[in-house]
Design a protein around this ligand. Structure first.
Ligand SMILES: [Zn+2]
Length: 380
């Protein structure tokens, strides 16, 4: 009987993987090969039965691996868990495909040229777990203890969730061991004015900070965005449904995907840098959609500010730090950060001189300074 582990419901969990080189005996290697073959076999059988059933009745149904064991007794020679994982994987592939056929492909048949691998979940029984690591090996169902080299060891409290055994094209065996561990709450950090950063989202840069530094998306991101805008304009002049139109739509999809990847990388790197460097970051609670449209002059390119802010928030929080948001109606661009005088109109000039105290301001740096001051006031 499986033992249920008690755990506080809301404790956040994280996952990490250790990759280990396996050194199986000839018998264990033979068992791995057999498991790879059985996984491919069961996948293809379930897929073909699903297809047949779907054509005949119009309903989606995948038989479980147990159904095939009588006619294919060799299936019982390998770890049943590996077969169950094929079923789960196929079921998930179909769920995704039915939900969003534009993004997810219809599951495909597996051939010998596909990756040799199988996955098995760890189960906790009263007698102990089905999978565990020893000093120089890993214990698996059916295979027993397989010799392994670990580049690192799991820490205290890590729970082994599942393993994936893989054979490379050059004939080496590797094991990916997935661990789950509780995300510890970080000690809260008390920021000071010196360790707090004020950020202003910017049209000409990605952001401007109160110390005058700026961040710009890499040139290639701008290049692909420019290409995207050009293609969108081209498309709007084409005959919908024509061959050219279809080809341009295809190109647009590829560029969209490419830009999304580039931006994700950029956003993660930039937010990581700030979260590591500062104890608190203050931003204005802007209407991000409005802002993005203003910046790209109505084109549908997403600036990524919203995602950037969320990345920054959780990266700070994991270190016990805060992202402080300042009310969007705070007149950050109209207020003099030196004397506090508020101008009546927000003139859009790049630099301006305060009529009260004579301070000369860069419009965006001044706004970032005000955002920081407002944020610090909120922290107190
Ligand atoms: Zn002033």
């Amino acid at each position: 009987m499986a033992v249920k582990t008690d755990r506080a419901e809301k404790e956040p969990m994280r996952f990490t993987t250790i990759k280990a080189r396996l050194d199986p005996t000839p018998e264990q290697a033979e068992l791995f090969e057999k498991t790879f073959r059985c996984c491919r076999y069961i996948w293809n059988r379930m897929l073909s039965d699903q297809e047949r059933f779907y054509l005949e009745t119009g309903a989606h149904f995948i038989p479980t691996p147990a159904k095939y064991k009588k006619e294919a007794p060799f299936l019982t020679e390998v770890d049943n868990q590996a077969l169950t994982q094929e079923y789960n994987h196929l079921a998930r592939a179909f769920r995704q495909f039915f939900k969003d056929p534009g993004t997810f492909r219809h599951p495909k048949y597996k051939s010998k040229t596909d990756r040799d691998s199988f996955t098995a979940c760890n189960h906790m029984f009263e007698s102990g777990p089905t999978i565990y690591i020893t000093r120089d090996g890993i214990r698996m169902t059916k295979a027993g203890i397989v010799k392994a080299k670990f580049p690192q060891r799991p820490r205290n409290g890590w729970k082994l969730k599942r393993i994936t055994v893989e054979k490379t094209k050059t004939g080496k065996y590797f094991c990916y061991i997935l661990y789950e561990y509780p995300a510890r709450k970080a000690e809260p950090v008390s920021p000071t004015p010196e360790t707090t950063l004020g950020l202003k989202y910017s049209g000409s840069h990605f952001y401007v900070s109160d110390d005058g530094s700026t961040a710009d998306p890499p040139k290639w991101l701008k290049d692909s965005q420019a290409r995207l805008v050009r293609l969108q304009q081209k498309l709007s002049r084409m005959e919908p449904g024509s061959k050219n139109y279809q080809e341009t739509v295809q190109k647009l999809r590829q560029i969209h995907e490419h830009i999304a990847n580039q931006r994700r990388d950029y956003i993660h790197k930039e937010s990581r840098k700030l979260a590591d460097q500062w104890d608190a970051v203050c931003v204005r609670e802007d209407d991000l959609q409005e802002l993005a449209q203003k910046i790209t002059r109505g084109s549908t390119v997403d600036s990524g500010f919203g995602r950037f802010r969320e990345c920054l928030r959780y990266k700070l929080e994991r270190q016990g730090k805060q992202l402080v948001t300042v009310d969007r109606y705070t007149p950050t661009t109209r207020t003099c950060s030196a004397c506090g005088a508020v101008r009546e109109n927000d003139l859009l000039e790049k630099t301006w001189t305060c009529p009260e105290c004579g301070a000369v301001h860069d419009r965006e740096v001044n706004a970032a300074k005000n955002i920081k001051q407002e944020g610090l006031a909120r922290l107190r």
